[in-house]
Ligand binder design. Structure first.
Ligand code: URA
Length: 241
């Protein structure tokens, strides 16, 4: 048994907050009866209706994409730019877990599993993400230290990061840095580097938790194995939320 708003969100119908709104506004029926109480427990046999739509169990899909540059991480784009959904050839409604910028490349998960999405994005779970950034300029050790300790963004300090200097190109005055963070603030990596005076020229996400890009060229994708999905659940759903 689970809370009604959580179940609605996990069907992928809408966000949990929106589901709460629907419940409070009398737009949700369970087994034909309007339910207005948030937190009502429902089980797998209950028939749930939202705004007149009966929620059907959908087969779950999990895709790991190596996102190329010049693609937006949304399901549709009003400027008619190519989206990550255009790249993958599935006929089910799926959506990206988190976001990569238009010019950022690398690992992106797409799914219709709201629960797995929550597990990967919930700050409490501190899911590690590894980025490789090519930046303008030769980075100084003290700036690496600052990145490691945390940077003030929007008045809040970022959590300590793992930072490794991979390469310095003295001729072209660029550096390549590996950065592991678990937060996901908007444009976080670019803003962290900008805060220490370096423009990011290229950014690639190479790992999320234990998932990496092995075997995938830019623009290619694969399905997660049942074992990988199970591991995400067991690693990150240690407590019920
Ligand atoms: N940080 C950024 O600045 N951009 C991304 O796309 C991902 C993380």
């Amino acid at each position: 048994m689970d809370r009604l708003q959580k179940v609605i969100a996990n069907y992928g119908y809408c966000s949990r907050r929106k589901a709460e709104e629907f419940i409070l506004n009398g737009k949700v029926k369970v087994n034909g009866e309007i339910i207005r109480t948030l937190g009502t427990k429902v089980g797998s046999k209950d028939i749930i209706e939202v705004e007149g739509n009966i929620l059907e169990k959908d087969e779950k899909i999990y895709i790991l994409l190596n996102k190329p540059r010049g693609v937006v991480t949304t399901t549709s784009d009003d400027k008619k730019r190519k989206t990550v959904i255009d790249i993958v050839n599935v006929d089910k409604r799926i959506y990206p877990v988190g976001r990569l910028d238009y010019d950022t490349t690398g690992l992106l998960i797409l799914t219709n599993d709201g629960e797995l999405t929550n597990l990967l994005l919930h700050p409490k779970n501190k899911v590690e993400k590894l980025y490789v950034a090519k930046i303008e300029g030769i980075i100084k050790p003290e700036n690496i230290m600052k990145l490691k300790k945390g940077i003030l963004l929007d008045g809040l300090k970022t959590s300590p990061a793992k930072v490794k200097l991979k390469k310095i190109d003295k001729k072209n005055k660029t550096s390549i840095i590996e950065l592991v963070i678990h937060e996901g603030k908007n444009h976080q990596v670019k803003r962290m580097f900008e805060a220490v005076g370096h423009k990011v020229l290229k950014l690639k996400r190479e790992r999320i938790a234990f998932l990496d890009l092995k075997g995938l060229n830019s623009g290619e994708y694969r399905y997660l194995s049942p074992k990988e999905v199970k591991t995400i659940y067991s690693e990150f759903s240690k407590e019920d939320r």
